[in-house]
Design a protein around this ligand. Structure first.
Ligand code: ACM
Ligand code: ZN
Length: 555
């Protein structure tokens, strides 16, 4: 009997024991000063305070309330303006208040504007942000510090928060992830989930790849047939251009209304959406609808195989520029992003070499092969410059894949370095801004485990989590301090030739997104792969709770 009573007592004690918050999250905050001998206990019914007159702060408080409930079962009350609430959201950093005089007149970097702090003491949990974005980041940090409480224990959960002061801000101003929704189409709900994961990892740029040889997926109202017909391929090759086809029509595109919905959803999570219309190559989806824009006149079926079509927009046809300006004009209307991506990668020149219109245009422009730049490469540069000027008139900066560097870039252009880091280094030396996304470290369409058996089919390659983690975007051995300032930040890219379903999307993304998030957020001297690996299982618990797939192996 005594023994049974002892066991019951032990069980009661463990049930009542609070589960602990753990601030060693991903990405790791800059400083965490903890006193683990003392804790603040959070339970259901406690309040979250915020400034009720500020709808943005109310939204951030609401996010936090939802996340706490989702992971722990603890139900918090919204108690605006309650100075004694357990959790309090406050604008302004405590350290800024102390240093007010010294800081006067000093303008903040983008990273400093995202700075936040968290303190936990006997009064409760206070979240501070220099701006609302900082409060959002603080709330995400608190979310990731929460234990994931088993559903059966969630009702009576009590979370012990060790006393702490956290101070944090990101290393890079640009922290991106790309998603190809052209090779395969994904619903608005999948994109929202993708954005949720970016926000969870502190990313602030979503690069949305809209158009390809295999499908055009952005609605252009002035060209209603473009997305309707250009988004549909009659069938798709099975596997890696096996010669066997699935016999299934495949399509889907985003209406402008849906794009605006995504832009707003992203903005609420402090993510900017950068749309990409890839030009003048990767255009067979559009050529299918407007064969007059190709050099040969077509016909051009929406492509059913993988790779890059030789058929591209005709550079010598004046209608090409009218088409591009119509598309880009509507793109700018829908997407407020300062950055607009024009692609510019992998544009085969075979058609241009043979095309009388293209050659006549080259002549008109006085282009000659100077031994460094072929006539056709200069023709592409001419298109880039037209697009750059068009975007500039609308107050936007052009991003292009690193091919745009080949013919020379005008002043405001930004280079996305993908064929290694060479293009990025060259661009930074020329004082162009750079986004680093080299295949060797950032192409998450590659396999992530050495043993391919058991993994879904991928494009090839091998990019384990450890390799992503090891990336150093500033290449300090090749760039001076001054040149490094032109590196805006790194980005991972998810191409989807072989990724057709949401489960597979998230399998490819996670946990490589965790790895890039530390590259994007943390100082290089903070990084330690073994330590990172020890923090990953908790992220996986969160993924299980929120219902997203991930690759369980980590190499
Ligand atoms: C690219 O991967 N073609 C930019
Ligand atoms: Zn042509």
């Amino acid at each position: 009997m005594k023994k049974i009573l002892f066991v019951i007592a032990m069980l009661c004690a463990s049930a009542a024991q609070a589960q602990k918050a753990d601030y060693r999250i991903i990405p790791l905050p800059k400083t965490v000063q903890m006193d683990s001998t003392r804790v603040f206990n959070l339970t259901s019914g406690m309040g979250i305070a915020y400034d009720a007159s500020d709808p943005e702060m109310a939204r951030n408080a609401q996010f936090l309330r939802q996340w706490v409930e989702e992971l722990t079962g603890i139900s918090l009350k919204m108690t605006p303006d309650d100075k004694n609430a357990a959790i309090r959201l406050c604008l302004g950093l405590p350290t800024d208040k102390k240093a007010k005089k010294a800081k006067k007149g000093v303008s903040l970097t983008e990273q400093q504007q995202e700075a936040y702090a968290i303190t936990v003491n006997d009064k409760g949990i206070a979240l501070y942000g220099r701006k609302q974005v900082g409060l959002f980041r603080a709330a995400q940090t608190l979310r990731k510090a929460l234990p994931v409480v088993a559903v059966e224990k969630a009702k009576a959960a009590e979370i012990a928060f060790p006393f702490v002061t956290i101070q944090d801000e990101p290393r890079f101003s640009y922290r991106g992830a790309h998603f190809d929704t052209a090779r395969h189409f994904f619903t608005v709900d999948v994109i929202k989930k993708y954005l949720d994961l970016l926000a969870l990892h502190g990313c602030n740029q979503f690069h949305w790849h809209f158009t390809e040889d295999q499908g055009w997926r952005f609605e252009v109202k002035a060209l209603p047939e473009l997305a309707k017909k250009g988004s549909v391929r009659e069938q798709t090759v099975v596997g890696r251009n096996s010669g066997v086809y699935d016999g299934q029509r495949y399509g889907g595109y985003y209406t402008q209304e849906q794009c605006r919905e995504i832009v707003n959803y992203a903005a609420e999570r402090y993510i900017n959406v950068i749309p990409e219309i890839d030009l003048p190559g990767h255009m067979q989806g559009a050529l299918h609808v407007y064969p007059n824009l190709g050099c040969t006149g077509g016909p051009y079926p929406v492509w059913q195989i993988w790779g890059v079509s030789r058929d591209v927009l005709c550079a010598g046809n004046p209608e090409t520029m009218t088409f591009l300006k119509t598309v880009m004009g509507e793109l700018c209307d829908v997407f407020p992003s300062k950055f607009i991506h024009i692609g510019g990668d992998e544009c085969p020149k075979a058609r241009w070499k043979e095309c009388p219109k293209c050659q006549a245009k080259a002549k008109e422009l006085g282009l000659v092969d100077d031994g460094k730049h072929s006539i056709e490469n200069q023709l592409q540069t001419w298109i880039n410059h037209q697009m750059e000027a068009f975007l500039k008139e609308r107050g936007r900066d052009m991003i292009g894949w690193d091919e745009v560097l080949e013919g020379g870039l005008t002043e405001g252009g930004i280079v996305m370095s993908w064929r290694g880091i060479k293009g990025g280094i060259e661009a930074a030396r020329q004082h162009h801004r750079v986004i680093m996304t080299p295949t060797d470290y950032c192409y998450i369409d590659y396999y992530q485990l050495k043993e391919q058996w058991g993994q879904p089919l991928a494009i090839g390659g091998y990019l384990p989590v450890s390799k992503v983690y090891s990336f150093e975007p500033l290449v300090p051995d090749q760039l001076s301090d001054e040149e490094q300032k032109y590196i805006l930040g790194p980005q991972v890219n998810l191409w989807t030739e072989y990724v057709a379903y949401p489960q597979h999307v998230f399998y490819m993304l996670l946990p490589r997104l965790d790895a890039i998030s530390e590259v994007q957020w943390c100082r290089s001297d903070q990084k330690d792969f073994d330590d990172f690996k020890a923090r990953l299982p908790h992220m996986k618990q969160i993924y299980d709770r929120i219902g997203v797939n991930y690759c369980n192996g980590v190499e």
